[in-house]
Design a protein around this ligand. Structure first.
Ligand SMILES: [Zn+2]
Length: 246
C-alpha cells in the first residue's frame, strides 16, 4: 500500500505545482552531475573531466562525508575541497540523503539549512545554489521549499529540458550502468543541439567495475566527446541555468 501511495505522491510532485521556465539558450547545453557523492566520483571522474576542461556539479550530502552509502566509500572533506578548488560546482542533496517524501516542508528546510551550513563551513563560506532530489523523489510540498532556496531542482526522469521545463524538477539522464544501455547518447546530444535544449546527466560511483548506479570513466569520456562534436556548451548546473534563462 505505501509503495502505491509513494508512487501517487511522486506523480503529484511531477505533474502539480509546475513552475515553468523558458529554456532557450543560444545553443544547446549539457551539464554533468554526480550525487551523494562516492569518493570515486572525484578520484576516478575528476581526471577525465580535467582532461576535457569540463566542470561538473557535485550534489553533496554533508552527512555522508567519510562514511559509506550503498556499500561504497563516500567522499572525504579533502575531496570536496579539491573539487571545489578545481572549479566544480557544489550542489545540495539534503544533509542526511533522505527522500523528500519522508519529510515535512519544515524538516526538509532544516536539512537543507544544515547542509548549507556544513558546506559553507568547509568551503570558506561557499553558497550552494542548486539542488538534486535524493532518489529523484519530489514531494509536492517540497517544491516551494526548493524554489525558495535554490535556482533550480533536478530529478531523475529521462529527457532533455527545453521550452517550458519545471524549474523545481528538471529532467536528467542517468550515467548509470543499469540505464546506459537503454540510451542512444549520440541521438540525445544531437536532439539537444537541434532543439537548443539542456541535457543534464547524473551519476554516482565511477570506475571500471561500477555499481548499477555508477558508470565507467570511458562512459563520461564518450558523452563529453559526443557533446563537443554536437557543439554543446558543457557547464555546471548553476552556470547553465543562468545561461538558459538569461
Ligand atoms: Zn543520492
Amino acid at each position: 500500500m505505501s509503495a502505491f501511495i509513494d508512487k501517487m505522491r511522486r506523480r503529484a510532485g511531477r505533474y502539480l505545482d509546475v513552475r515553468p521556465v523558458d529554456i532557450r539558450p543560444s545553443r544547446g547545453i549539457m551539464s554533468l552531475s554526480f550525487d551523494d557523492i562516492p569518493a570515486s566520483a572525484w578520484t576516478e571522474a575528476g581526471p577525465t573531466l580535467a582532461e576535457h576542461g569540463v566542470k561538473a556539479t557535485y550534489y553533496v550530502c554533508g552527512g555522508l562525508a567519510g562514511g559509506r552509502n550503498l556499500d561504497l566509500p563516500q567522499f572525504e572533506v579533502e575531496h570536496l575541497q579539491a573539487l571545489h578548488a578545481a572549479g566544480h560546482e557544489v550542489g545540495c542533496h539534503t544533509y542526511e540523503h533522505v527522500s523528500t517524501l519522508t519529510l515535512s516542508p519544515a524538516e526538509l528546510d532544516a536539512s537543507l539549512a544544515r547542509n548549507a551550513a556544513w558546506v559553507a563551513e568547509r568551503l570558506d563560506g561557499y553558497e550552494i545554489q542548486t539542488f538534486a532530489y535524493p532518489f529523484g523523489d519530489c514531494a509536492l510540498a517540497s517544491k516551494p521549499v526548493i524554489e525558495r532556496r535554490f535556482l533550480c531542482g533536478r530529478g531523475v526522469r529521462d529527457g532533455v529540458n527545453r521550452a517550458r521545463a519545471d524549474r523545481n524538477l528538471l529532467q536528467a539522464i542517468g550515467l548509470e550502468s543499469r540505464r546506459l544501455p537503454g540510451y542512444d547518447l549520440k541521438a540525445l546530444v544531437e536532439e539537444t543541439a537541434a532543439s537548443k535544449g539542456w541535457l543534464i546527466a547524473y551519476g554516482h560511483d565511477v570506475g571500471d567495475a561500477p555499481t548499477p548506479y555508477g558508470c565507467r570513466p570511458d562512459d563520461i569520456d564518450r558523452l563529453i566527446r559526443l557533446a563537443k562534436a554536437a557543439d554543446l556548451d558543457i557547464l555546471p548546473v548553476a552556470a547553465a541555468w543562468r545561461m538558459t534563462t538569461s
